[in-house]
Structure formats: structure tokens, C-alpha cells
Design a protein around this ligand. Structure first.
Ligand SMILES: Cc1cc2nc3c(=O)[nH]c(=O)nc-3n(C[C@H](O)[C@H](O)[C@H](O)COP(=O)(O)O)c2cc1C
Ligand SMILES: CC(C)CC(=O)C(=O)O
Length: 361
């Protein structure tokens, strides 16, 4: 699929917030509630932004910026920059090509895409189109046999890592989504889960098969034994959990509150990141997501202990607004903003970014 020219995007669209406004005009009301909404009163959703806004940067002058670059090594691979695409479900809600367009846009910007368990396109098709080997986000399913087969498919399709999401054994109560009566439209489904034995429908929460089959640390150890891929835990917010994850031998951690979509009133990921960095003390790489909308946010996350960041909703805004071109443009804006922020804080490389980038750390 050829990438349409950037000229299809109005010239006044210059920031990720501009993309959000453009996407809003193009996405049906209830799908917009699914994309944008958070759990409960959306306090955590809001906090993910507010916490970044509170942090201030300290500019540095007259430093040597020659040879500046954003390269990093992660899990034995080299990446051009630390802006990764977070796993998000059902891209075909936002563009007819769905994940086929997303992977193309990410590839143009040399960005690593994490493909959701609930993607609407076969996982093999997505990885075939990627120039950077993608990561696969896994929800451990009640049908463990199916889960094991899925991991084998992911390995065979050339994925570079497994990101196991552990903060959502059940859906958060997303009132905005409920009020909008969001339902998946016909024709959009989690195609990679076809053939799986699903749980019988149940009333309530406690005492239902959903909780009886929810994964535990033991299941995660089993999962690690199935694969040679690096296994990364996504959805860690508590320093003690981070310490356990590092001690158990997980390859990495994504500090995340699922974009404020699971448990409301938990802290912003950027707020707990320093404590988690302290708890794991460099034993494993850390990623973070939630609320990244500017290159300055990326820099703040790197300063507070992240090796890389993930971006969720803005990529879907780009996709809804302009397909693959929109995805590429969103990532380009963010990457350019990061480079400017690094230059103006006197940091030519990611390894030169430390806590002193933050004013009054
Ligand atoms: C529409 C939508 C769907 C999502 N689907 C998934 C998913 O399938 N698996 C997952 O681990 N996280 C999922 N997430 C959470 C993201 O991976 C990520 O944690 C979050 O979007 C980051 O916050 P941000 O949107 O502010 O960047 C989803 C988020 C959104 C907005
Ligand atoms: C299919 C859902 C479980 C995807 C998800 O994690 C989300 O919507 O936040």
C-alpha cells in the first residue's frame, strides 16, 4: 500500500493535539468514546497529562551537540529512537485498513509497533509488512492451550518480543464507553483469537470463571518457559511488583496504568516511574506509557528512568485522521520534538539524559 503524500493533511495540523481534533471529526461517536475514554471518573486519565504538565525542564547552553542521535539498544536489538507504538485493539474501528495502515506508518518512521492480542488483522500479515520487527502484546487467555499456540504463531511470524499485559484481568468500568453504548460493529473482531474456547457468560465478578482463570505469577513463569522471546510485563505501577518482576527474570517492564482505562484513581505512570526505577536499580529495562503528547514528555520520561516510551491514543488519532500517513506524521512530530528538546537541554544522546534534565528534580 503506497503512503499518500503529507499534503493530504491540512497545514495547520502541527501537533498531536491537532491530530486529536482532526480525528474527532472522522470517528463515529461511540467508537470515539472507546478510544478516548478512561475508567470511572477518568481521574487517572486526566492525571496522566497533568503529571507531565507539572514537570519542568532545565535548559542547558553551549554544550557540544555534534553527533547527536536518538539510538538505543533494547533486548539485543538496535532501535532508531525510543518512541514505540503501544498496543491498542481493533484499529479497523478507526480506518478501513486497520493495523495494515498502522504498521506501514510506523515502519516509515522506523518505530516499533506492539500488536494487540485484539488486532483486527492476522498477526502474520502485520509482521510481514514491518521494517522493524514488531512486538506482540499478549493477554493470557483462559484457554491456556490456545495461548501457548498463539505464542508459537507469534514466534514463527518473526516478532521480537512478547509484551504480557497484566493490569487488566477484567475490564475497567469505562462509564464514558457505557453511556455511548459502544459495541464492536459487525465485521470487526479479534481475528487472532478465532477458534479459542471462550468462557461462558457470567453475571457479576467474584466467583465467576473470569477470576478463577485470571493469570498469576505462576502462569507467567509457565509462559516464559514456552518461549525464547524476551517477555515484558506491561501494567506495573507498584515498586514491589517491579522488584518481583525483575527478580523472577522478566526481560523488561512497562510502567503503565493502561492509559487510565482499568482502575481509576491510581497514580500517573510518570509519577511512579522514579520509585520503580529505584526499585529495579537497572536490573531490567523500563518502558512507560500514558499521557505522552509532546517530545518534552518523552524526554521527561527518559530523565526519570525510562529507556523508551510507548504512545497509544495519538497513533490512533493519526490513523483515523489520515491512515498510514497520519500515523507516520504523528510519530515524526513526536520524534522531531524530542530531538529539539534534547538539543535545548544539551543532551546529544539518550545516555546523556539523566534526572538533572528535570528542573528541581
Ligand atoms: C483504544 C485503546 C485500546 C487499547 N487496547 C489495548 C490492548 O489491546 N492491550 C493493551 O495492553 N493495552 C491496550 N491499551 C492501552 C495502551 O497500550 C496504552 O497503555 C495506553 O493507551 C497509553 O496511554 P496513552 O493513550 O495516553 O498514550 C489500549 C488503549 C486504548 C486507548
Ligand atoms: C479488547 C480490550 C481488552 C483492549 C484493551 O485493553 C482496551 O480497550 O484498553
Amino acid at each position: 500500500m503506497p503512503l499518500p503524500p503529507l499534503s493530504t493533511i491540512p497545514p495547520e495540523v502541527v501537533s498531536l493535539d491537532d491530530y486529536e481534533a482532526l480525528a474527532r471529526e472522522r470517528v463515529e461517536e461511540s467508537a470515539w468514546a472507546y478510544l478516548s475514554g478512561g475508567a470511572g471518573d477518568e481521574l487517572t486519565l486526566r492525571e496522566n497529562r497533568v503529571a507531565f504538565e507539572r514537570l519542568k525542564l532545565s535548559p542547558r547552553i553551549l554544550r557540544d551537540l555534534s553527533g547527536a542521535n536518538t539510538r538505543l539498544e533494547l533486548f539485543g536489538r538496535s532501535y532508531a529512537h525510543p518512541i514505540f507504538v503501544a498496543p491498542t485493539a481493533f484499529h479497523r474501528l478507526f480506518h478501513p485498513e486497520g493495523e495494515r495502515a498502522t504498521v506501514l506508518g510506523a515502519s516509515v518512521m522506523e518505530a516499533c509497533l506492539t500488536v494487540s492480542t485484539s488486532a483486527g488483522v492476522p498477526l502474520e500479515e502485520i509482521s510481514t509488512s514491518a521494517t522493524v520487527p514488531p512486538w506482540f502484546q499478549l493477554y493470557v487467555q483462559a484457554d491456556r492451550g490456545f495461548t501457548a499456540e498463539l505464542v508459537k504463531r507469534v514466534e514463527a511470524a518473526g516478532y521480537a518480543a512478547l509484551v504480557v499485559t497484566v493490569d487488566a484481568p477484567l475490564h475497567g468500568l469505562r462509564n464514558r464507553e457505557q453511556r455511548a453504548c459502544f459495541r464492536l460493529p459487525p465485521g470487526i473482531e479479534a481475528v487472532n483469537l478465532r477458534g479459542m474456547k471462550s468462557l461462558p457468560p457470567a453475571e457479576g465478578v467474584f466467583g465467576t470463571p473470569l477470576l478463577e482463570t485470571a493469570p498469576t505469577w505462576k502462569d507467567l513463569a509457565w509462559l516464559r518457559s514456552l518461549t525464547t522471546l524476551p517477555v515484558i510485563l506491561k501494567g506495573v505501577l507498584d515498586p514491589e511488583d517491579a522488584r518481583i518482576a525483575a527478580a523472577e527474570g522478566f526481560a523488561g517492564i512497562v510502567v503503565s496504568n493502561h492509559g487510565g482505562r482499568t482502575l481509576d484513581t491510581v497514580p500517573a505512570a510518570i509519577e511512579v516511574l522514579p520509585q520503580i526505577a529505584e526499585a529495579v536499580a537497572g536490573q531490567v529495562p523500563l518502558l512507560m506509557d500514558g499521557g505522552i503528547r509532546r517530545g518534552t514528555d518523552v524526554l521527561k520520561a527518559l530523565a526519570l528512568g525510562a529507556d523508551a516510551v510507548m504512545v497509544g491514543r495519538p497513533v490512533l488519532h493519526g490513523l483515523a485522521a489520515a491512515g498510514a500517513t497520519g500515523v507516520a506524521h504523528v510519530l515524526k512530530i513526536l520524534r522531531t520534538e524530542l530531538e529539539i528538546a534534547m538539543a535545548l537541554t544539551g543532551r546529544p544522546t539518550l545516555s546523556s539524559v539523566d534526572r538533572t534534565v528535570i528542573a528541581n528534580p
